[in-house]
Write a protein that binds this ligand. Structure first.
Ligand SMILES: [Zn+2]
Length: 281
């Protein structure tokens, strides 16, 4: 890893006035104790059957058994609600303060930790949605509602009370509300997930930092393709090699950093601070 070369590329990117984008995945929130909900601990038991997130986190399952899908989401939401942002999240807030409108945060994390840390809503793109919001499961409107007050923390196996069931009904039509997240059997769109806006940001990105995401889903892959098409720099910060590694190794503006995302982000904050005085940009 050639930090001198990266320092120079950061300088060039800042001078370009184009975006410096951060594409973030579960690896960042893992340092706050939030599991990925995939892999060996990701199962969810209904009766005697174990379901994987790819089965329970679907529109199909919501139509079959909305209560069970909500139990799973309330369990996840409880973990997220009680988690705290880590140094990596806080570093992203500092970087936003330095870069202002050049900053774009594209996150796959629905846990709300960017908001808790202090990133602005205007420059954060929740491409997989946000557990702090709900919307009508029947789409009577496309309104987003804040997550209802009065629902208690849930562990595995906890029931949803009758009173809580009522809070999970659409205030407009009375059908079930759903979490405002992209399910495994759904596709990205502009209306809820700002898909086209995020593509446009990719086309205008001079330097991209990939943080804690393996590129297993479609959007990160497309984002990287677009940034490289326009010859932007790409820095892959992940603990392990992933779907992007081979490409980045062969890309002349690519960087591979194999370290904890929070530690690397702190280093990037220091580099940027040397180049920019806050408020004077
Ligand atoms: Zn409704």
């Amino acid at each position: 890893m050639d930090w001198g070369r990266l320092e120079n590329d950061i300088k060039v990117a800042i001078a370009s006035k184009q975006k410096i984008s951060f594409l973030v995945g579960a690896g960042l929130s893992a340092e706050s104790g939030i599991p990925t909900f995939r892999g060996k601990d990701g199962f969810w038991k209904v009766g005697s059957k174990n379901y994987q997130p790819e089965e329970i986190g679907t529109y199909r399952m919501f139509c079959l058994n909305s209560e069970e899908v909500w139990k799973w989401f309330l369990f996840r939401k409880t973990i997220c609600k009680n988690a705290q942002p880590n140094e990596g999240h806080l570093a992203l807030v500092e970087i936003e303060g330095l870069l202002n409108d050049q900053f774009a945060l594209i996150t796959q994390n629905v846990d709300g930790l960017h908001k808790k840390a202090g990133n602005s809503l205007e420059r954060t793109y929740y491409v997989h949605g946000d557990l702090d919001f709900v919307r009508c499961g029947d789409e009577c409107t496309s309104n987003l509602y804040p997550f209802p007050q009065g629902i208690s923390d849930k562990k595995r196996g906890d029931r949803i009370t009758e009173q809580e069931q009522k809070l999970l009904k659409c205030p407009n039509c009375g059908e079930d509300l759903r979490p405002h997240v992209l399910w495994f059997d759904e596709t990205y769109n502009e209306k809820y997930y700002k898909f086209q806006t995020v593509r446009d940001i990719a086309d205008n990105t001079a330097l991209l930092f990939i943080i804690g995401t393996s590129g297993a889903t479609y959007l990160p892959t497309e984002f990287v393709d677009r940034v490289s098409f326009f010859n932007g720099g790409i820095v892959d910060i992940n603990l392990d090699d992933n779907n992007f590694t081979e490409f980045i190794k062969s890309y002349d503006k690519g960087y591979l950093v194999r370290d904890s995302s929070s530690q690397v982000l702190l280093k990037i904050v220091e580099l940027m601070k040397k180049m920019i005085t806050p408020g004077k940009k």
